[in-house]
Design a binder for this molecule. Sequence first.
Ligand code: SAH
Ligand code: SF4
Ligand code: F3S
Length: 441
Amino acid sequence: MAEKKKLFIKTYGCQMNVYDSERMAEAMGGAGYETTETVDDADMILLNTCHIREKAAEKIYSELGRFKGLKAENPDLKIGVAGCVAQAEGQEIMRRQPMVDLVVGPQAYHRLPEMEAKIQGGVKALDTDFPEEDKFEKLKSRPKAKRGPTAFLTVQEGCDKFCAFCVVPYTRGAEVSRPADRILTEARDLVERGVREITLLGQNVNAYHGASANGDLTLAQLIWELDKVDGLERIRFTTSHPNDMMDDLIEAHGTCSKLMPYLHLPVQSGSDKILKRMNRNHDRESYLRLIERIRAARPDILLSGDFIVGFPEETEADFQDTMDLIEEVKYGQAYSFKYSTRPGTPAAERPLVDDAEATDRLYRLQALITRQQRELQDAMVGRDVQVLIEKNGRQAGQMVGKSEYLHAVHVADVNAKIGDIARVRIVESKTNSLSGVPSSD
Ligand code: SAH
Ligand code: SF4
Ligand code: F3S
């Protein structure tokens, strides 16, 4: 058999890109490639890119620049760009970095093997279509290799919300849900390969409405179907929009034992004026009331959020509204960003907040979040959690995993295997993790 070619994939951006990179590696496996961890021995380099903020997109061009030398040494080396920058700036990439051989958007990557054949013939390939066919079905043939205990599974892709700052509706396209039976088949396959926890992915995952033999399923109904899969121990989902947080999903957080008590529910801002200008279609009060209902269903749920500071026309008073909202909600985790202008989005035309001011707001917000996060984490000391063991720790007898609340937990002197769930008594809270010992209770 011919020796396999080597594919190096580097992934940027969100979890969906991580999932997509796995699918692309599998697709290329069928075209005679195996993955490698180092660029130096690669026959093909593929960057799976993110376009969400200017910095993320610009990074790709400097990264590509670094490959020039490699290509000079090895003219047979092929360089490809996939993901959201590919979708948004396909032609531009080819123009700015002529050594790029292939550009493929997030909806066309099942065509990678054909494109690879084309570039081997010396022709450049660019595909940023939104094809009719189901890329997930085209990628069906999966190797049966063993996997780690956690996996992502895309159930919904694209977004119809058009928040005024966001490129996702343009790069990922319109919202599409995958049929439930295909998701269940993929989930069972993952469990057979060793997966214990599945995180369902979608840009707007709680808007899921996938077809089934009994009509369309909501996300909660899909979760209940997954709940029946033997060997699957934990279910998570991300990312949700407040307006799609349906009653049955809130209820499932109280009643479905496999659904973990963690919810990422971005609000972006606490100011009604800014929320309106962001085209979020919800206000501060409705978000706070929603949080109350979720906490009524599952009092110990850990909430996480996304925030943008320095959105056009954000005043100090608007920013204070965001700080007050954070004080009120108490997040266990949050991601915060300085507003970044994205060409082609509605907010791109609007007057910017002074950059130094925006940076200062970001620091203040991050300091508050860090304090909250730490307080909630410190409150775990003395409590028992269930830890899904993901890997060995650095010290002898130590293993590392995640609590049901998604804390990283280091467990000392534990007699467990990767993939086991251990009951752990938390003894210490550190900057970004908890430490504990097996609990005898
Ligand atoms: N609903 C999406 C959000 C994707 S983008 C999801 O499924 O994850 C992730 C976060 O990036 C957003 O919640 C927002 O806080 C941030 N973001 C998006 N566009 C941005 C921009 N132009 N500038 C700064 N941050 C942005
Ligand atoms: Fe972007 Fe808004 Fe859609 Fe999230 S809901 S992907 S922030 S447009
Ligand atoms: Fe980035 Fe695209 Fe995900 S822009 S955040 S990789 S959907």
